[in-house]
Ligand binder design. Structure first.
Ligand code: ATP
Ligand code: MG
Ligand code: MG
Length: 549
Protein backbone atom coordinates (compact mmCIF):
# COMPACT_ATOMS: atom_id res chain seq x y z
CA UNK A 1 0.00 0.00 0.00
CA UNK A 2 0.93 3.65 -0.44
CA UNK A 3 3.22 5.46 1.97
CA UNK A 4 1.30 7.92 4.05
CA UNK A 5 1.61 9.65 7.39
CA UNK A 6 -0.24 8.49 10.49
CA UNK A 7 -3.66 9.81 11.34
CA UNK A 8 -4.08 11.15 14.88
CA UNK A 9 -5.66 7.94 16.18
CA UNK A 10 -2.70 5.92 14.90
CA UNK A 11 -0.44 8.37 16.75
CA UNK A 12 -2.36 7.72 19.97
CA UNK A 13 -2.19 3.96 19.50
CA UNK A 14 1.52 3.99 18.70
CA UNK A 15 2.15 5.90 21.89
CA UNK A 16 -0.04 3.53 23.93
CA UNK A 17 1.89 0.58 22.54
CA UNK A 18 5.22 2.28 23.27
CA UNK A 19 4.01 2.94 26.83
CA UNK A 20 3.09 -0.72 27.21
CA UNK A 21 -0.54 0.17 27.93
CA UNK A 22 -2.71 -2.99 28.14
CA UNK A 23 0.45 -4.95 27.34
CA UNK A 24 0.54 -3.33 23.90
CA UNK A 25 -2.80 -4.91 23.00
CA UNK A 26 -5.09 -3.16 20.47
CA UNK A 27 -8.75 -4.13 20.47
CA UNK A 28 -11.36 -2.04 18.65
CA UNK A 29 -15.01 -2.64 17.84
CA UNK A 30 -17.56 -1.62 15.23
CA UNK A 31 -20.91 -1.08 17.01
CA UNK A 32 -23.82 -0.63 14.56
CA UNK A 33 -27.37 -0.32 15.75
CA UNK A 34 -29.36 -2.84 13.67
CA UNK A 35 -32.01 -0.30 12.71
CA UNK A 36 -31.15 0.07 9.02
CA UNK A 37 -28.65 -0.84 6.34
CA UNK A 38 -25.07 0.36 6.60
CA UNK A 39 -24.13 3.44 4.59
CA UNK A 40 -20.86 4.87 3.31
CA UNK A 41 -20.34 6.67 6.64
CA UNK A 42 -20.38 3.28 8.35
CA UNK A 43 -17.87 2.05 5.75
CA UNK A 44 -15.55 4.80 6.98
CA UNK A 45 -15.94 3.59 10.56
CA UNK A 46 -15.48 -0.06 9.50
CA UNK A 47 -12.29 0.68 7.54
CA UNK A 48 -10.97 2.69 10.47
CA UNK A 49 -11.74 0.18 13.24
CA UNK A 50 -10.85 -2.98 11.34
CA UNK A 51 -7.93 -1.20 9.68
CA UNK A 52 -6.41 -0.21 13.03
CA UNK A 53 -6.73 -3.76 14.32
CA UNK A 54 -5.07 -5.10 11.18
CA UNK A 55 -2.29 -2.54 11.20
CA UNK A 56 -1.39 -3.04 14.88
CA UNK A 57 -1.84 -6.81 14.99
CA UNK A 58 -4.95 -6.45 17.13
CA UNK A 59 -8.60 -7.46 16.96
CA UNK A 60 -11.85 -5.80 16.04
CA UNK A 61 -15.21 -6.97 17.35
CA UNK A 62 -18.59 -6.62 15.72
CA UNK A 63 -21.08 -5.56 18.34
CA UNK A 64 -24.71 -4.97 17.57
CA UNK A 65 -25.76 -2.03 19.66
CA UNK A 66 -29.31 -3.34 20.11
CA UNK A 67 -30.45 -1.71 23.33
CA UNK A 68 -33.38 0.12 21.77
CA UNK A 69 -36.05 -2.53 21.12
CA UNK A 70 -38.48 -0.55 19.00
CA UNK A 71 -36.54 -0.02 15.76
CA UNK A 72 -34.26 -3.03 15.57
CA UNK A 73 -34.71 -6.03 13.32
CA UNK A 74 -32.99 -9.34 12.59
CA UNK A 75 -32.98 -8.58 8.83
CA UNK A 76 -30.74 -5.63 9.48
CA UNK A 77 -28.34 -7.82 11.45
CA UNK A 78 -27.93 -10.10 8.42
CA UNK A 79 -27.39 -7.23 5.99
CA UNK A 80 -24.79 -5.61 8.27
CA UNK A 81 -22.75 -8.83 8.45
CA UNK A 82 -22.93 -9.29 4.71
CA UNK A 83 -21.73 -5.74 4.08
CA UNK A 84 -18.76 -5.96 6.46
CA UNK A 85 -17.63 -9.24 4.88
CA UNK A 86 -18.07 -7.81 1.41
CA UNK A 87 -15.86 -4.87 2.35
CA UNK A 88 -13.17 -7.44 3.12
CA UNK A 89 -13.11 -7.52 6.91
CA UNK A 90 -13.52 -10.26 9.50
CA UNK A 91 -14.50 -9.62 13.08
CA UNK A 92 -12.75 -11.34 15.96
CA UNK A 93 -15.87 -11.72 18.12
CA UNK A 94 -19.54 -11.16 17.43
CA UNK A 95 -21.58 -9.67 20.26
CA UNK A 96 -24.97 -8.19 20.94
CA UNK A 97 -25.31 -5.49 23.58
CA UNK A 98 -28.59 -7.23 24.48
CA UNK A 99 -26.53 -10.22 25.66
CA UNK A 100 -25.22 -7.88 28.34
CA UNK A 101 -28.62 -6.88 29.73
CA UNK A 102 -28.21 -9.03 32.85
CA UNK A 103 -24.65 -7.82 33.51
CA UNK A 104 -25.68 -4.20 32.94
CA UNK A 105 -28.53 -4.71 35.39
CA UNK A 106 -26.03 -6.04 37.93
CA UNK A 107 -23.80 -3.01 37.32
CA UNK A 108 -26.79 -0.75 37.95
CA UNK A 109 -27.47 -2.52 41.26
CA UNK A 110 -23.81 -2.03 42.18
CA UNK A 111 -24.04 1.71 41.50
CA UNK A 112 -27.23 1.94 43.58
CA UNK A 113 -25.57 0.11 46.46
CA UNK A 114 -22.59 2.46 46.27
CA UNK A 115 -24.88 5.48 46.36
CA UNK A 116 -24.23 6.45 42.73
CA UNK A 117 -27.69 5.90 41.28
CA UNK A 118 -31.31 6.50 42.28
CA UNK A 119 -34.83 5.87 41.09
CA UNK A 120 -36.67 9.03 40.12
CA UNK A 121 -40.49 9.29 39.97
CA UNK A 122 -40.42 12.53 38.03
CA UNK A 123 -41.95 12.61 34.56
CA UNK A 124 -39.81 13.22 31.47
CA UNK A 125 -41.10 16.82 31.34
CA UNK A 126 -40.30 17.38 35.01
CA UNK A 127 -36.79 15.97 34.56
CA UNK A 128 -36.19 18.20 31.55
CA UNK A 129 -37.49 21.25 33.45
CA UNK A 130 -35.24 20.61 36.44
CA UNK A 131 -32.22 19.99 34.25
CA UNK A 132 -31.48 23.72 33.91
CA UNK A 133 -29.68 25.28 30.96
CA UNK A 134 -26.03 25.32 29.95
CA UNK A 135 -25.66 28.64 31.78
CA UNK A 136 -27.90 27.87 34.77
CA UNK A 137 -27.48 24.97 37.16
CA UNK A 138 -30.22 22.36 37.38
CA UNK A 139 -32.31 21.53 40.45
CA UNK A 140 -32.13 18.29 42.36
CA UNK A 141 -35.08 15.97 42.15
CA UNK A 142 -36.95 15.32 45.43
CA UNK A 143 -36.16 11.60 44.90
CA UNK A 144 -32.41 12.19 44.77
CA UNK A 145 -31.83 11.34 48.40
CA UNK A 146 -33.75 8.10 48.60
CA UNK A 147 -32.11 5.41 50.68
CA UNK A 148 -30.14 2.63 49.04
CA UNK A 149 -32.72 0.12 50.27
CA UNK A 150 -35.61 2.01 48.75
CA UNK A 151 -33.73 2.46 45.45
CA UNK A 152 -32.86 -1.24 45.29
CA UNK A 153 -36.47 -2.18 45.97
CA UNK A 154 -37.88 0.24 43.39
CA UNK A 155 -35.37 -0.69 40.70
CA UNK A 156 -36.04 -4.41 41.18
CA UNK A 157 -39.76 -3.71 40.90
CA UNK A 158 -39.14 -1.66 37.75
CA UNK A 159 -37.57 -4.77 36.29
CA UNK A 160 -40.50 -6.94 37.39
CA UNK A 161 -42.89 -4.73 35.49
CA UNK A 162 -44.70 -3.22 38.46
CA UNK A 163 -44.67 0.29 37.03
CA UNK A 164 -45.96 1.83 33.86
CA UNK A 165 -43.81 3.39 31.13
CA UNK A 166 -42.64 6.84 32.16
CA UNK A 167 -43.55 6.29 35.78
CA UNK A 168 -39.99 5.78 36.99
CA UNK A 169 -36.42 5.97 35.68
CA UNK A 170 -33.02 5.12 37.09
CA UNK A 171 -30.56 8.02 37.12
CA UNK A 172 -26.87 8.34 37.89
CA UNK A 173 -26.23 10.61 40.86
CA UNK A 174 -23.51 12.94 39.61
CA UNK A 175 -23.84 16.72 39.65
CA UNK A 176 -26.94 18.80 38.82
CA UNK A 177 -24.73 21.89 38.52
CA UNK A 178 -22.16 20.44 36.13
CA UNK A 179 -21.40 22.67 33.13
CA UNK A 180 -21.66 19.47 31.09
CA UNK A 181 -25.39 18.76 30.76
CA UNK A 182 -24.65 15.06 30.27
CA UNK A 183 -23.41 14.88 33.85
CA UNK A 184 -26.60 16.34 35.36
CA UNK A 185 -27.85 13.03 36.71
CA UNK A 186 -28.25 11.32 33.32
CA UNK A 187 -30.81 8.57 32.80
CA UNK A 188 -29.51 5.02 32.99
CA UNK A 189 -32.73 3.02 32.50
CA UNK A 190 -36.23 3.67 31.32
CA UNK A 191 -39.31 1.44 31.34
CA UNK A 192 -40.41 0.17 27.93
CA UNK A 193 -42.90 -2.62 27.43
CA UNK A 194 -41.51 -3.42 24.03
CA UNK A 195 -40.69 -6.71 22.35
CA UNK A 196 -36.98 -7.03 21.62
CA UNK A 197 -35.72 -8.84 18.49
CA UNK A 198 -33.51 -11.11 20.62
CA UNK A 199 -34.59 -10.98 24.25
CA UNK A 200 -38.30 -11.05 23.45
CA UNK A 201 -40.36 -9.97 26.45
CA UNK A 202 -37.74 -10.79 29.09
CA UNK A 203 -37.13 -7.16 29.83
CA UNK A 204 -39.31 -4.14 30.37
CA UNK A 205 -36.46 -1.86 31.37
CA UNK A 206 -33.81 -0.93 28.82
CA UNK A 207 -30.44 0.77 29.41
CA UNK A 208 -29.72 4.13 27.79
CA UNK A 209 -26.88 4.40 25.27
CA UNK A 210 -24.55 6.06 27.79
CA UNK A 211 -24.98 3.30 30.33
CA UNK A 212 -24.74 0.47 27.78
CA UNK A 213 -21.97 1.50 25.45
CA UNK A 214 -18.96 2.04 27.68
CA UNK A 215 -19.83 -0.93 29.88
CA UNK A 216 -20.11 -3.15 26.78
CA UNK A 217 -16.72 -1.89 25.61
CA UNK A 218 -15.30 -2.68 29.03
CA UNK A 219 -16.79 -6.19 29.15
CA UNK A 220 -15.08 -6.94 25.82
CA UNK A 221 -11.83 -5.31 27.07
CA UNK A 222 -11.87 -2.90 24.15
CA UNK A 223 -8.76 -0.72 24.34
CA UNK A 224 -9.71 2.01 21.85
CA UNK A 225 -13.41 2.79 21.47
CA UNK A 226 -13.69 5.01 18.43
CA UNK A 227 -16.81 7.02 17.73
CA UNK A 228 -17.89 10.23 16.05
CA UNK A 229 -17.52 13.78 17.34
CA UNK A 230 -21.00 14.23 18.78
CA UNK A 231 -19.89 11.90 21.58
CA UNK A 232 -17.08 14.17 22.80
CA UNK A 233 -19.47 15.62 25.40
CA UNK A 234 -20.43 12.10 26.50
CA UNK A 235 -16.85 11.11 27.22
CA UNK A 236 -16.76 12.33 30.86
CA UNK A 237 -19.82 10.18 31.52
CA UNK A 238 -18.24 7.22 29.72
CA UNK A 239 -15.25 7.55 32.05
CA UNK A 240 -17.40 8.18 35.14
CA UNK A 241 -19.34 4.90 34.86
CA UNK A 242 -16.18 2.90 34.26
CA UNK A 243 -14.42 4.52 37.18
CA UNK A 244 -17.33 4.09 39.62
CA UNK A 245 -17.80 0.46 38.59
CA UNK A 246 -14.05 -0.10 38.73
CA UNK A 247 -14.08 -2.18 35.54
CA UNK A 248 -11.73 -2.51 32.54
CA UNK A 249 -10.79 1.06 31.51
CA UNK A 250 -11.74 1.26 27.83
CA UNK A 251 -11.09 4.74 26.39
CA UNK A 252 -13.18 6.65 23.91
CA UNK A 253 -11.70 8.61 20.97
CA UNK A 254 -13.65 10.71 18.52
CA UNK A 255 -13.27 11.57 14.85
CA UNK A 256 -15.40 13.54 12.38
CA UNK A 257 -18.28 11.67 10.79
CA UNK A 258 -18.15 11.32 7.03
CA UNK A 259 -20.58 13.51 5.11
CA UNK A 260 -20.92 12.99 1.38
CA UNK A 261 -22.25 15.62 -1.01
CA UNK A 262 -25.59 15.22 -2.83
CA UNK A 263 -26.94 12.63 -0.43
CA UNK A 264 -28.31 12.16 3.07
CA UNK A 265 -26.74 9.79 5.52
CA UNK A 266 -28.92 9.41 8.57
CA UNK A 267 -30.63 6.05 8.76
CA UNK A 268 -33.86 7.76 9.75
CA UNK A 269 -33.89 9.72 6.50
CA UNK A 270 -32.78 6.73 4.42
CA UNK A 271 -35.64 4.72 5.95
CA UNK A 272 -38.06 7.47 4.94
CA UNK A 273 -36.82 7.29 1.34
CA UNK A 274 -37.45 3.53 1.40
CA UNK A 275 -40.80 3.56 3.19
CA UNK A 276 -42.21 6.39 1.10
CA UNK A 277 -41.02 4.57 -2.04
CA UNK A 278 -38.97 7.55 -3.20
CA UNK A 279 -36.34 4.92 -3.95
CA UNK A 280 -36.76 1.24 -4.70
CA UNK A 281 -35.45 -0.23 -1.43
CA UNK A 282 -32.30 0.10 0.69
CA UNK A 283 -30.16 -1.23 -2.16
CA UNK A 284 -31.55 1.06 -4.84
CA UNK A 285 -28.32 1.99 -6.67
CA UNK A 286 -28.96 5.69 -5.98
CA UNK A 287 -28.79 5.19 -2.21
CA UNK A 288 -25.56 5.82 -0.24
CA UNK A 289 -25.77 2.39 1.39
CA UNK A 290 -23.05 -0.20 1.00
CA UNK A 291 -25.55 -2.63 -0.54
CA UNK A 292 -26.56 0.02 -3.08
CA UNK A 293 -22.95 0.71 -4.04
CA UNK A 294 -22.40 -3.03 -4.41
CA UNK A 295 -25.43 -3.37 -6.67
CA UNK A 296 -24.38 -0.36 -8.67
CA UNK A 297 -21.02 -1.97 -9.44
CA UNK A 298 -18.66 -0.43 -6.90
CA UNK A 299 -15.86 -2.73 -5.78
CA UNK A 300 -14.90 -3.21 -2.13
CA UNK A 301 -11.38 -2.01 -3.00
CA UNK A 302 -12.71 1.28 -4.36
CA UNK A 303 -14.65 1.97 -1.17
CA UNK A 304 -11.68 1.09 1.03
CA UNK A 305 -9.49 3.35 -1.12
CA UNK A 306 -12.03 6.17 -0.76
CA UNK A 307 -12.09 5.81 3.03
CA UNK A 308 -8.30 5.90 3.08
CA UNK A 309 -8.20 9.03 0.92
CA UNK A 310 -10.79 10.77 3.09
CA UNK A 311 -8.53 10.21 6.08
CA UNK A 312 -9.43 10.68 9.72
CA UNK A 313 -10.46 14.21 10.57
CA UNK A 314 -11.02 16.01 13.83
CA UNK A 315 -13.52 18.46 12.34
CA UNK A 316 -16.76 17.86 10.47
CA UNK A 317 -16.59 18.46 6.75
CA UNK A 318 -18.27 17.51 3.49
CA UNK A 319 -16.57 15.13 1.09
CA UNK A 320 -17.31 15.59 -2.59
CA UNK A 321 -18.99 12.53 -4.11
CA UNK A 322 -16.68 12.96 -7.11
CA UNK A 323 -13.81 11.64 -4.95
CA UNK A 324 -15.74 8.38 -4.57
CA UNK A 325 -16.36 8.33 -8.32
CA UNK A 326 -12.67 8.90 -8.92
CA UNK A 327 -11.83 5.86 -6.77
CA UNK A 328 -14.15 3.48 -8.62
CA UNK A 329 -12.96 4.73 -12.03
CA UNK A 330 -9.35 4.11 -11.02
CA UNK A 331 -10.14 0.55 -9.99
CA UNK A 332 -12.38 -0.36 -12.94
CA UNK A 333 -10.00 1.20 -15.44
CA UNK A 334 -7.53 -1.51 -14.50
CA UNK A 335 -9.95 -4.41 -14.41
CA UNK A 336 -13.09 -3.89 -16.51
CA UNK A 337 -13.40 -5.54 -19.93
CA UNK A 338 -14.05 -3.00 -22.69
CA UNK A 339 -17.15 -3.84 -24.69
CA UNK A 340 -19.35 -2.05 -27.18
CA UNK A 341 -22.91 -1.17 -26.30
CA UNK A 342 -25.11 1.29 -28.13
CA UNK A 343 -27.52 3.04 -25.80
CA UNK A 344 -29.43 5.05 -28.40
CA UNK A 345 -29.11 3.05 -31.62
CA UNK A 346 -29.46 4.25 -35.19
CA UNK A 347 -28.78 2.07 -38.28
CA UNK A 348 -25.65 2.56 -40.32
CA UNK A 349 -25.47 0.78 -43.70
CA UNK A 350 -22.15 0.33 -45.52
CA UNK A 351 -23.25 0.48 -49.15
CA UNK A 352 -20.07 -1.01 -50.64
CA UNK A 353 -19.81 -3.89 -48.15
CA UNK A 354 -21.16 -7.23 -49.44
CA UNK A 355 -24.62 -8.29 -48.29
CA UNK A 356 -24.95 -11.29 -45.95
CA UNK A 357 -21.23 -11.33 -45.40
CA UNK A 358 -19.56 -11.02 -42.03
CA UNK A 359 -16.07 -10.95 -40.64
CA UNK A 360 -14.65 -10.97 -37.12
CA UNK A 361 -12.72 -8.04 -35.76
CA UNK A 362 -10.18 -8.59 -33.04
CA UNK A 363 -10.28 -6.12 -30.20
CA UNK A 364 -8.46 -5.65 -26.88
CA UNK A 365 -10.33 -6.67 -23.77
CA UNK A 366 -8.46 -4.06 -21.78
CA UNK A 367 -5.72 -1.85 -23.24
CA UNK A 368 -4.58 -1.14 -19.64
CA UNK A 369 -3.95 -4.84 -19.08
CA UNK A 370 -2.34 -6.84 -21.93
CA UNK A 371 -2.92 -10.08 -20.01
CA UNK A 372 -6.68 -9.53 -20.42
CA UNK A 373 -6.26 -10.68 -24.05
CA UNK A 374 -8.45 -10.00 -27.04
CA UNK A 375 -11.81 -11.10 -28.35
CA UNK A 376 -13.58 -11.26 -31.70
CA UNK A 377 -16.49 -8.98 -32.52
CA UNK A 378 -18.71 -9.68 -35.55
CA UNK A 379 -18.83 -7.03 -38.27
CA UNK A 380 -21.12 -6.68 -41.27
CA UNK A 381 -22.85 -4.39 -43.71
CA UNK A 382 -25.54 -3.23 -41.27
CA UNK A 383 -24.46 -1.75 -37.97
CA UNK A 384 -25.86 0.17 -35.03
CA UNK A 385 -24.11 3.30 -33.90
CA UNK A 386 -24.97 5.92 -31.28
CA UNK A 387 -27.50 8.44 -32.56
CA UNK A 388 -25.41 11.27 -31.11
CA UNK A 389 -22.42 10.21 -33.24
CA UNK A 390 -24.12 11.58 -36.35
CA UNK A 391 -25.08 15.19 -37.05
CA UNK A 392 -27.07 16.54 -39.92
CA UNK A 393 -25.70 20.06 -39.44
CA UNK A 394 -22.41 19.60 -37.62
CA UNK A 395 -20.52 22.47 -36.07
CA UNK A 396 -16.87 22.96 -37.01
CA UNK A 397 -14.56 20.45 -35.33
CA UNK A 398 -17.26 17.78 -35.17
CA UNK A 399 -15.04 14.75 -35.75
CA UNK A 400 -17.75 12.12 -35.78
CA UNK A 401 -20.18 11.35 -38.60
CA UNK A 402 -21.73 13.94 -40.91
CA UNK A 403 -22.14 13.78 -44.66
CA UNK A 404 -18.66 13.92 -46.15
CA UNK A 405 -16.87 13.11 -42.83
CA UNK A 406 -14.75 10.06 -42.13
CA UNK A 407 -14.45 8.19 -38.85
CA UNK A 408 -12.85 4.97 -37.72
CA UNK A 409 -15.18 2.26 -36.51
CA UNK A 410 -13.33 0.99 -33.44
CA UNK A 411 -11.17 -2.09 -34.25
CA UNK A 412 -12.64 -2.16 -37.78
CA UNK A 413 -12.59 0.09 -40.85
CA UNK A 414 -12.61 3.76 -41.70
CA UNK A 415 -15.98 4.75 -43.16
CA UNK A 416 -17.09 7.84 -45.01
CA UNK A 417 -20.60 9.17 -44.54
CA UNK A 418 -22.43 9.53 -47.88
CA UNK A 419 -26.07 10.11 -47.10
CA UNK A 420 -28.90 9.60 -44.61
CA UNK A 421 -32.69 9.18 -44.38
CA UNK A 422 -35.24 10.80 -42.10
CA UNK A 423 -38.78 9.92 -41.15
CA UNK A 424 -41.77 12.28 -41.29
CA UNK A 425 -40.94 13.63 -37.80
CA UNK A 426 -37.40 14.50 -38.83
CA UNK A 427 -35.73 11.61 -36.93
CA UNK A 428 -32.72 10.10 -38.62
CA UNK A 429 -33.57 6.51 -39.57
CA UNK A 430 -30.57 5.29 -41.60
CA UNK A 431 -27.07 6.58 -42.24
CA UNK A 432 -25.30 5.43 -45.41
CA UNK A 433 -21.53 5.11 -45.56
CA UNK A 434 -18.84 3.61 -47.74
CA UNK A 435 -15.88 1.82 -46.22
CA UNK A 436 -12.20 1.84 -47.13
CA UNK A 437 -11.17 -1.84 -47.47
CA UNK A 438 -7.45 -1.07 -46.97
CA UNK A 439 -8.11 0.63 -43.62
CA UNK A 440 -8.77 -2.48 -41.54
CA UNK A 441 -7.44 -1.97 -38.01
CA UNK A 442 -3.88 -3.22 -37.35
CA UNK A 443 -3.33 -3.78 -41.12
CA UNK A 444 -4.21 -0.28 -42.33
CA UNK A 445 -2.43 0.66 -45.57
CA UNK A 446 -4.88 3.40 -46.55
CA UNK A 447 -2.63 6.25 -45.41
CA UNK A 448 -5.76 8.04 -44.20
CA UNK A 449 -5.79 9.95 -40.92
CA UNK A 450 -9.12 10.42 -39.19
CA UNK A 451 -9.77 12.26 -35.97
CA UNK A 452 -12.80 10.39 -34.62
CA UNK A 453 -13.28 6.79 -33.51
CA UNK A 454 -16.76 5.53 -32.68
CA UNK A 455 -18.17 2.28 -31.33
CA UNK A 456 -20.66 0.12 -33.21
CA UNK A 457 -22.45 -3.23 -33.23
CA UNK A 458 -23.33 -5.62 -36.03
CA UNK A 459 -27.12 -5.29 -36.36
CA UNK A 460 -27.47 -8.97 -37.19
CA UNK A 461 -25.68 -10.05 -34.02
CA UNK A 462 -26.54 -7.39 -31.42
CA UNK A 463 -28.74 -8.32 -28.47
CA UNK A 464 -31.05 -6.17 -26.41
CA UNK A 465 -30.57 -5.05 -22.85
CA UNK A 466 -32.16 -2.73 -20.36
CA UNK A 467 -29.77 -0.03 -19.21
CA UNK A 468 -30.27 2.10 -16.10
CA UNK A 469 -28.48 5.42 -15.90
CA UNK A 470 -28.20 7.08 -12.50
CA UNK A 471 -27.62 10.63 -11.51
CA UNK A 472 -27.30 12.18 -8.06
CA UNK A 473 -30.28 11.44 -5.86
CA UNK A 474 -30.47 15.04 -4.64
CA UNK A 475 -30.33 18.37 -6.40
CA UNK A 476 -28.33 20.15 -3.70
CA UNK A 477 -25.00 19.47 -2.09
CA UNK A 478 -26.25 19.20 1.46
CA UNK A 479 -29.94 18.27 1.34
CA UNK A 480 -30.08 17.62 5.09
CA UNK A 481 -28.83 21.13 5.77
CA UNK A 482 -31.43 23.04 3.77
CA UNK A 483 -34.56 24.73 5.03
CA UNK A 484 -36.75 22.69 2.68
CA UNK A 485 -37.68 19.12 3.60
CA UNK A 486 -35.00 16.87 2.12
CA UNK A 487 -37.63 14.87 0.25
CA UNK A 488 -38.50 17.93 -1.81
CA UNK A 489 -34.89 18.12 -2.99
CA UNK A 490 -34.86 14.71 -4.66
CA UNK A 491 -33.59 14.88 -8.25
CA UNK A 492 -36.54 13.88 -10.48
CA UNK A 493 -34.08 12.70 -13.15
CA UNK A 494 -31.95 10.56 -10.88
CA UNK A 495 -32.93 7.41 -12.80
CA UNK A 496 -33.20 7.07 -16.57
CA UNK A 497 -34.23 3.67 -17.90
CA UNK A 498 -33.33 2.67 -21.46
CA UNK A 499 -35.44 -0.43 -22.17
CA UNK A 500 -33.90 -1.32 -25.54
CA UNK A 501 -30.20 -0.58 -25.67
CA UNK A 502 -28.11 -2.84 -27.95
CA UNK A 503 -25.15 -4.89 -26.70
CA UNK A 504 -22.47 -7.25 -27.99
CA UNK A 505 -23.78 -10.82 -28.16
CA UNK A 506 -21.33 -11.99 -25.48
CA UNK A 507 -22.96 -9.63 -22.97
CA UNK A 508 -26.32 -11.34 -23.19
CA UNK A 509 -24.86 -13.99 -20.85
CA UNK A 510 -23.62 -11.50 -18.24
CA UNK A 511 -24.20 -12.60 -14.65
CA UNK A 512 -25.39 -10.21 -11.96
CA UNK A 513 -22.32 -8.45 -10.60
CA UNK A 514 -20.25 -8.72 -13.81
CA UNK A 515 -18.55 -5.41 -14.55
CA UNK A 516 -17.68 -3.86 -17.92
CA UNK A 517 -16.62 -0.67 -19.52
CA UNK A 518 -19.10 0.22 -22.25
CA UNK A 519 -16.69 2.08 -24.48
CA UNK A 520 -17.21 5.85 -24.40
CA UNK A 521 -20.29 5.39 -22.17
CA UNK A 522 -19.01 4.51 -18.73
CA UNK A 523 -18.62 1.56 -16.40
CA UNK A 524 -21.58 -0.77 -16.07
CA UNK A 525 -22.52 -3.70 -13.89
CA UNK A 526 -25.09 -6.42 -14.58
CA UNK A 527 -27.99 -6.03 -12.14
CA UNK A 528 -29.73 -8.76 -10.18
CA UNK A 529 -32.89 -8.01 -12.19
CA UNK A 530 -31.16 -9.55 -15.25
CA UNK A 531 -33.10 -12.43 -16.82
CA UNK A 532 -32.04 -15.11 -19.30
CA UNK A 533 -31.55 -13.34 -22.62
CA UNK A 534 -32.57 -9.98 -21.15
CA UNK A 535 -29.76 -8.54 -19.09
CA UNK A 536 -30.11 -5.33 -17.11
CA UNK A 537 -27.10 -3.07 -16.66
CA UNK A 538 -26.56 -0.35 -14.08
CA UNK A 539 -24.24 2.47 -14.93
CA UNK A 540 -21.76 2.53 -12.07
CA UNK A 541 -20.11 5.77 -13.13
CA UNK A 542 -19.43 7.76 -16.27
CA UNK A 543 -15.95 7.85 -17.80
CA UNK A 544 -15.48 11.57 -17.33
CA UNK A 545 -13.45 12.47 -14.31
CA UNK A 546 -14.48 15.71 -12.67
CA UNK A 547 -12.35 15.23 -9.57
CA UNK A 548 -9.31 17.55 -9.51
CA UNK A 549 -6.41 15.56 -8.15
P1 ATP B 1 -27.08 7.24 11.75
O1 ATP B 1 -27.23 8.64 12.20
O2 ATP B 1 -26.81 7.12 10.29
O3 ATP B 1 -28.18 6.37 12.24
P2 ATP B 1 -25.52 6.13 13.84
O4 ATP B 1 -24.23 6.67 14.36
O5 ATP B 1 -26.70 6.26 14.69
O6 ATP B 1 -25.72 6.76 12.41
P3 ATP B 1 -24.78 3.45 14.25
O7 ATP B 1 -25.39 2.21 13.70
O8 ATP B 1 -24.95 3.69 15.70
O9 ATP B 1 -25.37 4.64 13.41
O10 ATP B 1 -23.26 3.55 13.83
C1 ATP B 1 -22.31 2.52 14.03
C2 ATP B 1 -20.95 3.12 14.01
O11 ATP B 1 -20.71 3.79 12.79
C3 ATP B 1 -20.79 4.15 15.12
O12 ATP B 1 -19.55 3.94 15.75
C4 ATP B 1 -20.84 5.44 14.41
O13 ATP B 1 -20.08 6.42 15.05
C5 ATP B 1 -20.28 5.11 13.03
N1 ATP B 1 -20.84 6.01 12.02
C6 ATP B 1 -22.14 6.21 11.73
N2 ATP B 1 -22.28 7.15 10.79
C7 ATP B 1 -21.02 7.55 10.46
C8 ATP B 1 -20.48 8.50 9.53
N3 ATP B 1 -21.28 9.24 8.76
N4 ATP B 1 -19.15 8.63 9.47
C9 ATP B 1 -18.34 7.90 10.25
N5 ATP B 1 -18.78 6.99 11.14
C10 ATP B 1 -20.09 6.81 11.24
MG1 MG C 1 -25.46 5.04 17.13
MG1 MG D 1 -28.77 6.27 14.67
Amino acid sequence: SEERSNNFIEDIIEKDIADGKHGGRVHTRFPPEPNGFLHIGHAKSICLNFGLARRFGGKCNLRFDDTNPAKEKADYVASIKEDIKWLGFEWAEEHFASDYFEQLYQYALQLIRDGHAYVDDASAEEIARLKGTPTEPGKESPCRNRSVEENLDLFERMRKGEFREGEKVLRAKIDMASPNMHLRDPLMYRIKFAHHHRTGDNWCIYPMYDFAHGQSDSMEAITHSICTLEFVVHRPLYDWFIEKLNIFPSKQYEFARLNLSYTVMSKRKLLQLVEEKIVDGWDDPRMPTISAFRRRGYTPASIRDFCEKVGVQRRDNMIDVSLLEYCIREDLNKTATRVMAVLDPVKLVISNYPENSFEEMETDNNPEDPSAGTRKVPFGRELYIEREDFMENPPKKFFRLAVGNMVRLKSAYIVKCENFEKDADGNITVIYCSYIPESRSSQDTSGLKVKGTIHWLSAAHAKQAEVRLYDRLFLTENPAGEEADFRELVNPDSLQVIPDAMIEPSLAEAKPGDRFQFMRKGYFCADMDSREGKPVFNRTVTLKDTWAK
